[in-house]
Design a binder for this molecule. Structure first.
Ligand code: ADP
Ligand code: MG
Length: 688
């Protein structure tokens, strides 16, 4: 067995109890432990003379013990041990709290390298609770380390991890096999794995740390990217995909639509159509800004499947979206006489039975629904096409779960999140990509204004005017996270304030993540049906709901949102004939916040906005690999490491396309590793 796969229990000091505790954190093997990387390092390599020790900081010095230790009990729970030290520049004290045994380790007139917190008080220098190292050869330099700091985990402190990892390294170093062959590492200048795992934890110096980290970031991105490409290969390789020949209904639908498809829609439709007509499985991502018209493309694909005698399923993250799509598609496809069903969690048991029955018997041609579609009991007669909308709410696993209900159905995923290409490749690297990069004509531009806190009165005065004209409005507040004390307005507070000060005659409602799903759906429904005038909420409203009568979107503390997210929020208005407005209340004086908000006011192009946001702030909300059901990123950080990601992508692409990778023995360890990583997420890579 390869050394990294051995259980942590083989290390001294890790008994059954600790093993079990580590297991709850997902640490079972030496690899798990060694890939638990430090949050940061403390550089203890530079030393000071006692005279220059900086007050209030952690620092090191080489000192000689110049007198006898003195231990005193100050209070019941406080014992102080003071040891006088000197180095010729000054005198001082090494001081320990509640560690009287330290005196046993210390000898008078002996020299030590010590490191601890420096306190200067009334002319006295103290180094508190220092680490000490005996110096046997005074001609050698100060022996400081670069010490790893690990995130605390329950009972386990940084020191505990340090100790365990040291032991794991002792056991493993020298015998860890590299997943990358030598030539590969040479070609891309990657350090060898034993060196890297040692230096990411206990670097000799800053440079060795950087080299180690670079390789591990490379490795992490590479494995993820390669795995996704292999999923794609695997699906593409299954030659037995369904062939959906061209049917007249497709053209009829295009003809009877009340509008002309945009060129971007036409192009996307041709790509999808061609995939469907081929005997390979379609696995395609359709990316298009909010309002770019993805639904009609979904309708065309579903119609094509139905006309060929197959069933199509459209899965969306919320009930209200499901209802919305159900209504749109029922209208749009009414000509053709196919049976369309709506399957959501709130269906009664009786309704569900009926729908299940119809789907199983093949009487239903198109079904639209939520997670209810991936329930165990549901069986399809001949599922041929699976579409998911607003993909960023579903994980890779859920997507393939629905697919498993058919025999190699075609897959289409639709998303409105305008992700920069490099990130799209890593989140959706398992798919081909179509983009709708053009808006239908005649759309009124949403007027976007940035104001400061001082103008809130005016802002809400304006909102009141819109409500008076019969429009509806959203007010979005930043999500307050559990324990964080954030200086920003909360939805609850704003709701109270608006209710009391501005909008008494109107119907207000409050919605946030803690409101249960059913209530949330009801609120959204009431808002859609015009029973609510103004909705105060957190970003839970973000996902694709269409309320044409809503004309104002106010965002409180807008500086706290990602631009891509603000853009999504803004897309909630401007869906009807009325001029719509987006007002961003910026609560920050910082230059960065100001610049970011300006981008929002100036651009209405989601891709442009998200590229800029990535540069300024990082990928924000839409980039959580865990949330996408992908392996977690342990060492890489975005956007800092984006250049490494870009470096990795073409290499992974080339590898996935090279026959050599599938046959040559050199790649066995690499393949094994990718497999393990994805199996951990319950995704099987059969191609390798
Ligand atoms: P999204 O891509 O956000 O899902 P939708 O499919 O909901 O966008 O489309 C938004 C609105 O634009 C809908 O009312 C739809 O009927 C309309 N629409 C779609 N395509 C066109 C087009 N080519 N010309 C005019 N209106 C269109
Ligand atoms: Mg949509």
């Amino acid at each position: 067995m390869s050394i990294l796969k051995q259980p942590v229990s083989r290390l001294n000091g890790i008994g059954p109890k600790k093993q079990e505790y580590l297991r709850t954190m997902g640490i079972e093997s030496l690899r798990d432990l060694l890939y638990c990387f430090p949050r940061e390092h403390e550089d203890r390599t530079t030393s000071y003379t006692i005279a220059r020790l900086p007050h209030g900081q952690r620092a090191g010095a080489r000192v000689m013990v110049s007198g006898s230790p003195n231990t005193r009990r100050i209070r019941n729970n406080l014992i102080i041990t003071r040891v006088p030290v000197t180095d010729g520049t000054d005198r001082g004290y090494a001081v320990w709290f509640n560690n009287p045994y330290i005196v046993k380790l210390i000898k008078r007139n002996q020299t030590y390298d010590i490191f601890g917190r420096v306190e200067r008080r009334m002319g006295e220098v103290q180094i508190q609770n220092p680490q000490i190292k005996r110096v046997s050869d005074c001609t050698k330099e100060y022996q400081g380390d670069i010490v790893p700091i690990y995130s605390k985990h329950g009972r386990l402190e940084s020191r505990d991890f340090e100790r365990m990892i040291k032991k794991a390294l002792e056991a493993a170093l020298g015998s860890i096999e590299d997943i990358f062959p030598d030539e590969f590492r040479k070609a891309y200048r990657l350090e060898e794995i034993n060196y890297c795992l040692e230096n990411i934890h206990f670097p000799v110096n800053g440079k060795s740390f950087e080299k180690a980290r670079h390789r591990l970031v490379f490795e992490e991105f590479f494995l993820l990217q390669l795995g996704l490409l292999l999923i794609k290969k695997e699906i593409g390789n299954r030659k037995e995909g369904i062939v959906f020949p061209a049917v007249s209904q497709e053209d009829i639908l295009v003809d009877i639509l009340p509008f002309q498809l945009t060129n971007a829609q036409k192009k996307a439709w041709i790509e999808i159509k061609e995939d469907m007509e081929k005997g390979i499985i379609m696995n395609r991502l359709l990316q298009g800004d909010v309002g770019s018209g993805k639904t009609v493309i979904a309708a065309l694909a579903l119609l094509k499947a139905a006309a060929n005698g197959y069933q199509g399923a459209l899965m969306v993250p919320t009930e209200i979206l499901a209802e919305q799509h159900f209504k749109t598609l029922t209208d749009m496809l009414s000509e053709f006489g196919y049976k369309i069903d709506l399957l959501v969690g709130s269906c009664t048991a009786g309704q569900r039975e009926e729908i299940y029955g119809r789907i199983k018997k093949g009487q239903t041609d198109i079904v639209i629904g939520t997670h209810a579609l991936i329930q165990e009991g549901l069986e399809f007669a001949r599922l041929g096409l699976v579409i998911t909308d607003e993909q960023h709410r579903f994980g890779v696993r859920q997507r393939y779960a629905l697919t498993a209900k058919g025999v190699n159905p075609d897959i289409l995923v639709m998303t409105a999140t305008p992700i920069p290409r490099s990130l799209a490749l890593i989140l959706y690297g398992d798919m081909d990509l179509s983009v709708i990069d053009q808006m239908p004509p005649g759309r009124k531009k949403i007027e976007t204004y940035v104001t400061g806190q001082k103008s809130r009165d005016r802002v809400y005065g304006f909102v009141a005017k819109q409500l008076k004209e019969g429009r509806q409005a959203y007010v979005v507040c930043p999500l307050i996270e559990e324990s964080e004390m954030i200086d920003a307005r909360s939805a609850t507070e704003v709701y109270q304030e608006l209710f009391t000060n501005y909008f008494r005659p109107y119907r207000l409602e409050l919605m946030h993540g803690k409101v249960n799903t059913q209530k949330k759906e009801k609120i959204m429904r009431d808002f859609r049906d015009g029973l609510i005038d103004l909705l105060v909420s957190t970003t839970v409203i973000e996902v694709g709901v269409n309320v044409p009568n809503a004309s104002v979107m106010v965002v409180e503390n807008s500086e706290r949102f990602g631009l891509a997210q603000l853009h999504q929020l803004r897309g909630r208005v401007g869906r009807g004939g009325n001029q719509s407005y987006c007002i961003l209340i910026n609560g920050s004086n910082s230059r960065v916040a100001h610049d970011r908000m300006k981008i929002m006011a100036e651009s209405d192009n989601g891709f442009e906005i998200s590229e800029k946001d990535l540069q300024i702030r990082g990928p924000g909300d839409f980039f959580g690999t865990r949330q996408h059901g992908l392996p977690e990123l342990r060492v890489s950080r975005l956007p800092e490491d984006i250049e490494v990601l870009k470096l990795v992508q073409p290499i992974a692409l080339k590898m996935a396309d090279s026959p050599d990778f599938y046959t040559d023995k050199r790649w066995i360890k690499l393949k094994e590793r990718v497999k393990e990583l994805f199996e951990h997420e319950h995704i099987t890579l059969g191609v390798i």
